[in-house]
Ligand binder design. Structure first.
Ligand SMILES: O=C(O)CCC(=O)C(=O)O
Length: 258
């Protein structure tokens, strides 16, 4: 790890151990074609346990204010600004596979957008199909990459994220095909995955949380990256705490843009 200032995304990624092998050729092809790839068993058990206990602790501590930094709508327990709320969360934006995917989708110039937590509550959580963008973009002109860090098993009945494979390349938008974006889409799939998985997706793929029909929460964290010359969902330079800034490496500071 370098102590010298880092001045490019490629230098930051090299410093964090991102290589051509950080994703396999099959994973890269799926990310291009379908717009997503699921890494099963990607989060070590001890880290998964730490994510669960720290997010529970934060929900308890923050109470009604939880998630206020990035409002996420109703029907969920939400948290935001996680990168300032525990060293463990730094694993999400320094993960070589996720960073390799961000470079593949966005290109060489990107930075952290945000790390949020979204737990669909029993009987709630259904979203309209959307991309994390204002409308369709030409194939290949992508701005944003997201990754869902799966903290509970995602199943068809507990609110797993739905995705429409290939929709990022369609030049169309959910409202072009659905009367209501909350409707089912004939080509949608449920991104079912065991706890400890990471679902990496081109955020222009039409997606959304689904109804949690169970009596338990469905917890996940979304770690996203966006082109460097565009606003971050959470202004990291504004929010960064001194202790965090002092602790992290030059490569991490470059990725946060702080
Ligand atoms: O929680 C999910 O499954 C998806 C969340 C999402 O797409 C969003 O909040 O925009």
């Amino acid at each position: 790890m370098t102590d010298h200032p880092v001045t490019s995304t490629s230098a930051a990624l090299a410093d964090l151990g991102v290589t051509d092998d950080s994703l396999s050729p099959e994973q890269r092809a799926q990310l291009d074609q379908d717009g997503f790839v699921i890494l099963v068993g990607h989060i070590p058990d001890d880290l998964l346990a730490a994510f669960r206990s720290r997010t529970d602790e934060l929900l308890e501590q923050e109470g009604a204010a939880a998630g206020h930094e990035v409002p996420q709508g109703g029907g969920v327990a939400a948290l935001a600004d996680l990168l300032n709320k525990g060293e463990i969360f730094e694993r999400c934006y320094t993960d070589p596979a996720v960073l390799a995917a961000a470079r593949q989708v966005i290109g060489e110039e990107f930075r952290v957008n945000s790390l949020n937590y979204r737990a669909s509550l029993p009987g709630q959580g259904h979203q309209g199909l959307h991309g994390d963008w204002d409308g369709a973009v030409p194939d290949g002109d992508f701005h944003i990459l997201n990754s869902m860090w799966v903290l509970d098993d995602f199943t068809e009945d507990n609110g797993a994220t739905r995705l429409v494979p290939g929709s990022h390349r369609s030049g169309r938008w959910p409202a072009d095909e659905l009367e209501q974006t909350t409707d089912d889409h004939p080509d949608q799939i449920y991104a079912t995955a065991p706890a400890g998985s990471v679902i990496i997706f081109n955020a222009h793929v039409w997606h959304g949380g689904t109804l949690n029909r169970t009596q338990r929460r469905r917890r996940g964290m979304t770690m996203s990256f966006r082109r460097r010359d565009e606003p971050q969902q959470l202004d990291q330079a504004h929010y960064i705490r001194k202790a965090v800034y002092d602790r992290i490496s030059p490569a991490q500071r470059f990725l946060l843009d702080v």
